[in-house]
Design a protein around this ligand. Structure first.
Ligand SMILES: [Fe+2]
Ligand SMILES: [Fe+2]
Length: 359
């Protein structure tokens, strides 16, 4: 058995020199406070805390919250709680503090023991990190905008396709209950899914006719080229994988690797389905828009075979619910309106760029 060599004086010394404020409350008022607590709360006159109420040091808008915590512990006479609040420090402004209180019954009276720390610096650093993160995010989105702009210049026939796929994919991810962070990753993967088209000759992308076998093989290289472009970018999401796999199908019939089922990341399974939906409802150089009904039928026919069932169901739900993101993107098709390029010669409807989603 280890015997405790510390005396009561030693313990008192530890509390008195603690870098955290330590206090005891009875009926919400200080019956003990160590010197550090006075340094943090800066009472007027200095060093006098005895008899003061802790809530009097809280900023007015925080008092009821702090009082509720004290009352709850006081009523039960047991348990512990933590709370953060803005503390008024005499005439020295406010500081953000965090305190942990625990209740005990001593000789029929509820006594609250507390520790309190100045967390202003921690909070300031957290805000700075948030700000930094949002700056990085803004730069990332601006970079993606530049990429999409370049892609649109090179392939004007699919202007806005990647952005629309990203927006609908985000709505699908949200509908599936994915976290906000995952939704963002799915959206970015949608924005960038066809970035590898920069490696496919523009005349093939824009060819208003059936592709030769050699041309189609070149088109099929775009997921791999996209992956190669993005692999070196340190995204917080599996964007390169999603881009590499967006033409894979869950029965293994897709390209470039014939991956099946869960071997295809969920981001790619979402983007792949949304890509089909968006492409079929848009005009292409080799065919006019096929319409929303045909696109939905394609998804229903391929559900569970080519396309992830829950993703297909989410797309069908979003369309029938008229989800704002989907409505904004597919609005014209939903209303049965003709787009500006609807006068494509019908002979081109037999054009084939390899899959319902095209490249
Ligand atoms: Fe696409
Ligand atoms: Fe693609």
């Amino acid at each position: 058995m280890i015997t405790n060599p510390c005396t009561e004086v030693d313990f008192r010394g530890l509390i008195e020199e603690s870098p955290a404020g330590v206090y005891v409350l009875v009926h919400g008022r200080f019956t003990y406070a160590n010197p550090r607590l006075a340094e943090i709360l800066r009472p007027e006159p200095p060093t006098v805390l005895g008899g003061c109420a802790l809530v009097d040091f809280a900023a007015p808008h925080e008092r009821s919250k702090l009082q509720a915590v004290i009352d709850a512990l006081q009523d039960v006479g047991a348990g512990e709680q933590s709370v953060e609040f803005d503390a008024l420090c005499g005439g020295h402004g406010t500081v953000r503090v965090g305190t942990h209180l625990s209740a005990r019954r001593i000789a029929g009276t509820t006594v609250l023991h507390g520790m309190l720390q100045d967390i202003s610096e921690k909070r300031r650093m957290a805000l700075e990190i948030d700000q930094h993160e949002s700056q990085i995010k803004t730069s990332l989105l601006q970079t993606i905008d530049v990429i999409l702009g370049l892609s649109n210049i090179r392939d004007p026939y699919t202007v806005g396709h990647e952005r629309r796929v990203g927006e609908i994919a985000r709505a699908v991810a949200q509908h599936l209950g994915m976290s906000e962070d995952q939704q963002e990753g799915v959206c970015v993967a949608g924005y960038l899914h066809d970035v590898g088209k920069v490696g496919v000759p523009a005349e093939i992308l824009a060819k208003p006719a059936r592709l030769s076998k050699a041309e189609y093989l070149l088109v099929q290289e775009h997921p791999g080229k996209g992956e190669a472009i993005l692999r070196g970018v340190d995204f917080p999401w599996p964007v390169a994988d999603a881009v590499a796999q967006h033409h894979e199908r869950i029965d293994g019939s897709g390209y470039p690797h014939g991956l099946a089922g869960n071997a295809i990341c969920i981001e790619a399974r979402i983007v792949g389905v949304v890509d089909v939906l968006e492409s079929m409802t848009s005009h292409r150089p080799y065919r006019p828009a096929l319409g929303l009904e045909k696109a939905l039928q394609e998804l229903r026919d391929g559900r569970g075979r080519l396309y992830e069932p829950v993703v297909v169901d989410a797309c069908l739900d979003l369309v029938s619910l008229g989800h704002p993101a989907v409505k904004a993107v597919l609005g014209d098709q939903r209303l049965g309106r003709e787009g500006p390029l609807a006068s494509f010669p019908t002979v081109l409807t037999s054009g084939n760029h390899g899959s319902p989603a095209g490249p």
